[in-house]
Design a protein around this ligand. Structure first.
Ligand code: EPZ
Length: 423
């Protein structure tokens, strides 16, 4: 297994081009199943999760072609014939977003058999909201031997679905299902994450009738058929936020290129509150710190537009050397603190109390061998390693490759001493 090595203590200085968002690219790929015409997606990130989902789509009968570009790929997916409506355990267990083929398969083929999902080990992650929503739209659903077996003879019907919990995945699934349902569907308490808006805009380009994009009430008037389209994936706000935190951690100055600052405004506000400098302009954000120690700052993870759970681990790494005590509350996933014990290896002082982590800032971290437990936790370990004295070795970096494109190259170009050793 590959390892990533960092000799810490260097300030990051330079510019980082931000890639297309993994969490938009994946649902956008599944949207290709809604039509027999080609869906052309540009600004696609080069990530193992994208490849894994590509394998699933190919298994279902889609044809995929990838045109490599200088900074990003363009992927064209054509699902002219759906040959299978079964998404097997072997693939779905590797990546949670592959479960989301349930919506488009059921909408277009009126049946689907999809393995219960896997993904990052950050909590129980049930799928009850998906199932209840689809049932409201007329689907019959059984759980058989670890598979969700769904059918909608005659097609899905529009319905009012109010979700008790805001769920990104359930919103993607029900939104796609509704595009081809008969009549109007209203999704109340829908997720408002920018990736949902990106997918909704792509669906509109494919001929879907959707209003309320960007709000928590989505109205979808079902159409008989969707057609092909071309769409550019939005920039990855979590990748951008991660590099912003890395810049603040090392006391450097980094310009993030190709981002929409509004999509990670909550993170930028918290960085400002902690004492980092943040300048935003159209399509770019500059993060800097003038050498003074950051101030301990509390955060509570929330659904968009709140502070994202996908930046919680990275922000905790930042707080390990801040002045004072910060309280970090995780409200979205109940088990998203696996990075705490790894940060302790650097000398961080963190105690856990239910859904809260209390971080007492220490003056310095020391490099250590550590183990990545999930995707965003691995990024937190990189951030700690960049600031720590001495060498850090990160094991299980396959987690990182799922969601961060060329992280060593991007950080290396800003002066970090970071390299990968192949197993
Ligand atoms: C998406 O996961 C993202 N994944 C996650 O990013 C992200 O952390 C999460 O949204 C929250 O923003 C992708 O976009 C591929 P949810 P998802 O359904 O859709 C509960 C990363 O690192 N819930 O919004 O799985 C659930 O348990 C990943 O890139 C139910 O109770 O998250 C959780 O507490 C990790 N029943 C809450 O809702 C359900 O049926 C929010 O989960 C569904 C969800």
């Amino acid at each position: 297994m590959d390892t990533i090595h960092i000799r810490g203590g260097r300030r990051l200085k330079g510019a980082i081009p931000v890639s297309g968002a993994k969490n938009a690219a994946l649902p956008l790929m599944t949207a290709a199943l809604l039509t027999d015409e080609p869906l052309r997606l540009s600004n696609m990130p080069r990530l193992t999760d994208v490849k894994t989902l590509g394998k699933l789509l190919a298994h279902l009968g889609a044809e995929l072609s990838v045109e490599p570009g200088e900074h990003a790929d363009t992927t064209t997916i054509r699902a002219a014939d759906i040959k299978s409506t079964t998404a097997p355990y072997e693939i779905v267990s590797q990546i949670r977003a592959s479960f989301w083929v349930l919506g488009p398969l059921l909408a277009r083929c009126h049946q689907a058999r999809v393995s219960l999902p896997g993904g990052c080990a950050i909590g129980a992650r049930p799928v009850d909201l998906y199932i209840k929503g689809l049932q409201k739209m007329g689907a019959e659903i059984d759980l058989v031997e670890g598979y969700v077996v769904a059918s909608a003879p005659g097609g899905l019907k529009g319905a009012i679905v109010r979700s008790p919990v805001v769920s990104v995945g359930a919103t993607h699934t029900l939104l796609m299902a509704a595009t081809l349902a008969e009549g109007e569907t209203v999704l109340e308490n829908a997720a408002r994450e920018p990736e949902i808006g990106d997918v909704a805009r792509c669906l509109v380009a494919m001929g879907a009738k959707i209003s309320g994009i960007g709000t928590s009430t989505l109205r979808i008037e079902g159409v008989e058929k969707l057609h092909g389209a071309t769409h550019s994936v939005i920039a990855d706000r979590i990748e951008a936020g991660t590099y912003a935190i890395a810049a603040a951690m090392t006391g450097g100055e980094v310009t993030l290129e190709g981002v929409d600052p509004e999509t990670f405004d909550a993170a930028l506000s918290v960085l400002r509150a902690a004492g980092a400098g943040v300048d935003t302009e159209q399509g770019a954000v500059r993060i800097f710190r003038n050498g003074e120690r950051l101030q301990a700052t509390d955060v509570v993870t929330q659904v968009f537009p709140g502070f994202p759970t996908d930046l919680q681990a990275q922000f905790m790494a930042l707080m390990t050397t801040a002045d004072g005590e910060s309280e970090i509350t995780e409200t979205i996933f109940e088990n998203r603190f696996m990075h705490v014990q790894e940060l302790a290896r650097f000398g961080a002082d963190i105690s856990l109390h239910g859904d809260k982590a209390l971080v007492r800032g220490v003056p310095k971290l020391k490099g250590a061998p550590v183990m990545a437990s999930d995707l965003r936790a691995s990024a937190a370990l990189i951030i700690a390693g960049l600031a720590a004295e001495g060498e850090t070795v990160i094991n299980r970096v396959y987690h990182l490759d799922r969601g961060f494109e060329r992280i060593e190259a991007k950080l290396g170009a800003c002066g970090a001493e970071i390299w990968r050793e192949k197993a």
